[in-house]
Write a protein that binds this ligand. Structure first.
Ligand code: F6R
Length: 241
């Protein structure tokens, strides 16, 4: 694991964007695995700036996102499709036909999981960007998700619903289920970039990097991948030895 510690969120975002941009420079047809949540917003902003300055182009790039809520469609302002459009896709020269997220309003959710697994299987991701849950979740793979899991439907934990409720008017509006890429599929990416900032992530960061590899801490599986970069701010790194 390569661990990079920066002073603050801005520097973390710049460093993370640089790692992703390098993949696009190396391969204009790069396949990017992307995450939503608060953490990567700054990095996406930096990528937008780089694209505006003509340093990178997303014309040939494809993306596969980690997850989507069940029960809200892409027009809903809390859907992850909406998040990706507004925080990245609408501001760069990407062809949206080449951007994939699970469909949270598919009639047959099991079929949708199979479709999504097939998409993941068919495209080798050059990089998978990850945020980190306070309980070590990656994607929506909550503690005790099997490491060999593929795309599946999850019941979100109270902790995750509570963490996500800050973005909804009412906690009752937070969807209770999601479709997520599985842990085995996350691990298939050629390289992985995990970003975490803030004191609230410090324990999960410690468990990810220095803890035992256990399904109890989904992110600990990253110790088994041979090309992982972790970018942290000082607060998120504060419990590391
Ligand atoms: C998002 C995702 C989640 C988040 C995690 C951290 O697509 O899969 O695992 O990365 O919940 O979220 P933030 O960045 O909001 O702290």
């Amino acid at each position: 694991m390569k661990i990079i510690i920066k002073d603050d969120y801005k520097q973390v975002s710049e460093a993370a964007a640089e790692v992703v941009a390098q993949k696009i420079k190396n391969n204009p047809h790069a396949v990017l695995g992307l995450a939503t949540g608060s953490t990567p917003i700054g990095a996406y902003g930096e990528l937008i700036n780089m694209c505006e300055r003509g340093e990178i182009s997303f014309k040939g790039v494809s993306t596969i996102n980690l997850d989507e809520y069940v029960g809200i469609d892409g027009e809903h302002n809390q859907s992850y499709r909406y998040f990706m459009n507004t925080n990245l896709f609408d501001h760069v020269d990407i062809d949206k036909n080449n951007t994939d997220l699970p469909n949270g309003v598919a009639k047959d959710l099991e079929e949708e999981c199979k479709r999504y697994s097939a998409v993941i299987e068919s495209k080798t991701r050059d990089i998978q960007v990850l945020g980190l849950g306070r309980n070590g979740h990656i994607g929506f793979n909550e503690p005790n998700t099997p490491f060999d899991s593929k795309t599946h439907i999850v019941n979100l934990t109270e902790d995750t619903i509570e963490a996500n409720s800050r973005l909804f008017d009412d906690i009752a509006d937070v969807p209770k289920r999601a479709i997520t890429m599985g842990i085995a599929e996350i691990m298939q990416a050629k390289s992985i970039l995990l970003i975490a900032t803030g004191k609230g992530k410090a324990k999960a960061v410690l468990d990810t990097i220095e803890g035992k590899v256990t399904e109890n801490v989904p992110s600990s599986v990253l110790q088994n991948h041979d090309d992982v970069t972790i970018i942290l701010d000082r607060e998120a790194a504060s419990e590391l030895h």
